[in-house]
Design a protein around this ligand. Structure first.
Ligand SMILES: [Cu+2]
Length: 100
């Protein structure tokens, strides 16, 4: 009952058009590393590695902050366009969100 209520409140808080996307961080990679979304959508990054990672947009449009092992963070993509992102701790880890 409590769970159903929480889900209902969460659903009401989101605009009707917003979709949720998921990115797993595993083996020092973002999976998927390239996402196509709509402006207003959310992306949940989950860290499946034992070390800390971030998903940080180079244009400042989103940042998960440091995610410890097993933790996740959800960001909203507000503006259309291409948003390249990387892990601030491991700069070789890269990805791209393209929002229309
Ligand atoms: Cu990293």
């Amino acid at each position: 009952m409590r769970i159903a209520l929480t889900v209902a409140i969460f659903a009401l808080a989101l605009p009707a058009y917003a979709a949720g996307h998921a990115v797993q961080i595993k083996g020092m990679k973002f999976n998927p590393a390239k996402l196509n979304v709509a402006a207003g959508d959310t992306i949940t990054f989950t860290n499946g590695d034992s070390r800390r990672h971030t998903a940080t947009a180079l244009d400042g449009s989103f940042d998960t902050g440091r995610l410890a092992s097993g933790k996740n963070a959800t960001v909203r993509i507000v503006t259309a366009g291409r948003h390249d992102f990387k892990c601030m701790i491991h700069p070789s880890m890269k990805g791209t969100v393209t929002a229309k």
